[in-house]
Each structure stands twice: as structure tokens, then as C-alpha cells.
Design a protein around this ligand. Structure first.
Ligand code: LHQ
Length: 337
């Protein structure tokens, strides 16, 4: 892909494959503080460019854009493809095993926020380009300075990783990780923050942190003991050895291992199925399971009561029950009302 012109941290590379991006919308390449829609006519690109695109419907905190059905729009380091209700996000720094840079974080956040507010999107897939899923933080960005001091990792977590984990875990639609190869450091823990984790048989999960004198982050110290118990969580993090995908499945760390050459198709099938599911109920289910980790049983029963009221008032609940009684498959819209 040609290198995009300089534009800003959250710019998109708009390829000539997707000229429809500008139809009926507006493009806004001004700083966020001066945003007001402006007509597209003067901004139609002649080739790949870096732009902020605003179509009025999607306003995210880190970018404004639309990706239409069948369209391939990509940032420099995150590819976004949308089809059949599924938004597929591909971390795209294959030569560096898709390690997280600040720019990649920014693009991923913008794409996830857009997926969250896109009524057409009913499932998200997160995967990596090339032979890895993600090798965690790009260590070239955290190189110790001349005085030997490592840049403040806490700030990086505060600014990027923690919001990313919150975004994935609170997105009220299913997020699937398709772990195509090694997932290391924060890359492993971002995968494990997803709702369903599929992994290629050759993939592995590596809590690499203590190898470089750091502590596990991106929610690993919360997720691991809950998924595999404290004994295995301590072993994984202190020994920092790769855990092969099959063992990860056997331990209950992930949902399913799939043969390498079948991963993409199987994940696409599952995502397609989820895109036809009652999205609102899935989102509430996700919320209930997340809250169970801090709730007492009594609190959780109250929560289930409240969420069931909400789900029960949705058109999909009416359709689901009607379809069952009429002995036909349901047609869910995914909407709350
Ligand atoms: C990389 C990386 C990488 C840069 C491979 N960075 N280039 C949060 C907040 C603040 C501070 C710090 O961290 C965090 C969160 C974290 O994620 S800390 C943990 C960071 N990640 C790691 O420590 C893992 C580092 N990578 C590795 O140990 C290996 O690359 C693994 C085991 C993942 C894969 O090994 P190989 O299959 O042998 O591949 P490789 O090491 O040859 O890597 C291929 C290329 O990717 C290579 O580049 P080069 O230009 O030499 O071909 C690596 O330098 C580059 N790369 N991970 N994290």
C-alpha cells in the first residue's frame, strides 16, 4: 500500500478501491476542536490520502469516519473491513509481529469506537497480519533513555492499554479474537480480553513481561487467575514460557483451537452467526458476566432481573419467542427497541 500523506495521528488511508466512501457524506480533515461538517466536493481524493472522514453518524472520541458495506478502509497499522454485519480489524505491522505503537493504538481505538456506534456492526473480529497476532508493546518505543531510565509505562497503560481493554470489555457486541500466531505481552492479554478467543493450532500465548523486568498488564493479572486459577496464573507470568494453543484450550484460557488453515473460515462463520444473533441481548449478557466478578450472588440476581426486563422489552425477544412457537427460525434485528 502506498505511504499515506502526513495528516495526523488518527488519519485513515483511503484506497482507490473504496471511492464510495465519500458518497452522501462529508469529509472533515480539520482538527477536532474545529469540527463542523463540510461538503465532500472539494475534498474528493485522486489517490490514497490521509483524511478524517465525517459522515455525521459516527462521532468517536478519536476520529470520525464511516466504513460502508464491503469497503476496505485502512489506517497505516490497522486494517478495517466490514461485511455482513461483521467488522474485521487486522493489526498490520507484520514485520514487527504487530507490536503496539502509539499510532496503532490510536487507529485501533478509533476503529473499535466506530464499530461500537455503528448500528450495522453486530460482531467484531480482531486478528493479526502475518505470522503473529501481536507481540505486545513495541519495545523500540520504550527504549531506555541515555540516563538509563525507561519511559513511564504507567502513563502508557493509562493512556492506551487500559482504555483499550475497557473498550473491548464494555463494547455491547461480541468481540472475537482470531489468534493467528504468537500473542505475547500485552498482545496476549488484549486477546484474552475479547469475548471469544479462537487460536490457530500453531499459535501460543506468552506472558513475556517478566522476561524484560516488567509486570503483566493489559488486564492479565485480573483475567489469568479468573480463567485458569492462581497457580497457573503464577506459573504463566513468572516462568514466562509460551503456552501452546492446545494447552490454552485445555486449561480453559481460550474458547477453541482450530487448524491453522481453517482459522479464518471458522472465525468468519462464527462471526457471521453472531451478526445474526440478538445483539442487544448479547451485549447485556456480556455486561452481566463482567459484573459477576465483583457482585455477590444477591446483587447478581438483582442484575439479572433488571437486564431480563430490558431484554424482554426488545423486539428481538418478541421475535425469538414468536419464532419458537411458530416453529421457524427467528429473524433478529439486534436492536434494543
Ligand atoms: C518487536 C517486538 C516488540 C518491537 C517482536 N517490540 N519489536 C506496556 C506499557 C509500557 C511498557 C512496556 O510494555 C507494556 C506492555 C507489553 O506488552 S511488555 C511486553 C512486550 N513484548 C515482549 O516483550 C515480546 C517481545 N518479543 C519477543 O519476545 C519475540 O519477538 C517473540 C517471542 C514474540 C517472537 O519471537 P520470534 O518468533 O523469534 O520473532 P523475533 O523476535 O525474531 O521478532 C521478529 C521481528 O519482530 C524482529 O524484528 P527484526 O527487525 O529484528 O526482524 C523483532 O525485533 C520484532 N519484534 N516483538 N515487542
Amino acid at each position: 500500500m502506498p505511504k499515506p500523506a502526513e495528516g495526523g495521528l488518527h488519519g485513515l488511508t483511503v484506497t482507490e478501491d473504496c471511492p464510495g466512501l465519500f458518497c452522501g457524506g462529508t469529509i472533515d480533515n480539520r482538527p477536532r476542536h474545529s469540527k463542523r461538517p463540510q461538503p465532500a466536493r472539494d475534498l474528493r481524493p485522486t489517490g490514497p490520502q490521509r483524511l478524517f472522514v465525517h459522515v455525521g453518524r459516527w462521532a468517536t472520541t478519536s476520529g470520525l469516519y464511516e466504513i460502508r458495506e464491503g469497503m476496505q478502509v485502512s489506517g497505516e497499522t490497522v486494517l478495517v473491513a466490514k461485511s455482513g454485519g461483521v467488522t474485521r480489524l487486522t493489526l498490520n505491522r507484520p514485520d514487527k509481529l504487530n507490536a503496539f505503537t502509539t499510532g496503532m493504538h490510536a487507529e485501533l481505538r478509533a476503529a473499535l469506537e466506530a464499530a461500537g456506534s455503528d448500528g450495522q456492526c453486530r460482531a467484531v473480529v480482531l486478528t493479526g497480519a502475518g505470522r503473529a497476532f501481536c507481540a505486545g508493546q513495541d519495545l523500540a518505543e520504550t527504549r531506555p533513555a541515555g540516563d538509563g531510565v525507561v519511559p513511564d509505562g504507567g502513563s502508557r497503560l493509562e493512556q492506551w492499554y487500559n482504555p483499550l481493554v475497557r473498550l473491548i470489555t464494555t463494547l455491547e457486541k461480541p468481540v472475537i479474537a482470531a489468534v493467528n500466531g504468537i500473542a505475547a505481552g500485552a498482545g496476549a492479554n488484549v486477546a484474552l480480553a475479547c469475548d471469544l478467543v479462537f487460536a490457530a493450532r500453531s499459535a501460543s500465548f506468552l506472558q513475556a513481561f517478566t522476561r524484560i523486568g516488567l509486570v503483566p498488564d493489559a488486564s492479565g493479572t485480573w483475567t489469568l487467575p479468573r480463567l485458569v486459577g492462581p497457580a497457573r496464573a503464577r506459573g504463566l507470568t513468572m516462568l514466562a514460557e509460551p503456552l501452546p494453543a492446545e494447552k490454552a484450550e485445555a486449561w480453559g484460557l481460550i474458547w477453541k483451537v482450530v487448524d491453522d488453515d481453517k482459522l479464518e473460515a471458522e472465525v468468519a462463520a462464527v462471526a457471521g452467526k453472531l451478526a445474526l444473533a440478538p445483539t442487544y441481548a448479547l451485549g447485556l449478557t456480556k455486561r452481566a458476566i463482567a459484573q459477576s466478578s465483583t457482585n455477590t450472588l444477591a446483587q447478581q440476581l438483582d442484575l439479572e432481573r433488571d437486564l431480563q426486563r430490558l431484554a424482554g422489552a426488545s423486539p428481538d425477544a418478541a421475535e425469538g419467542i414468536r419464532a419458537f412457537l411458530e416453529k421457524r427460525p427467528p429473524k433478529f434485528t439486534g436492536r434494543s427497541a
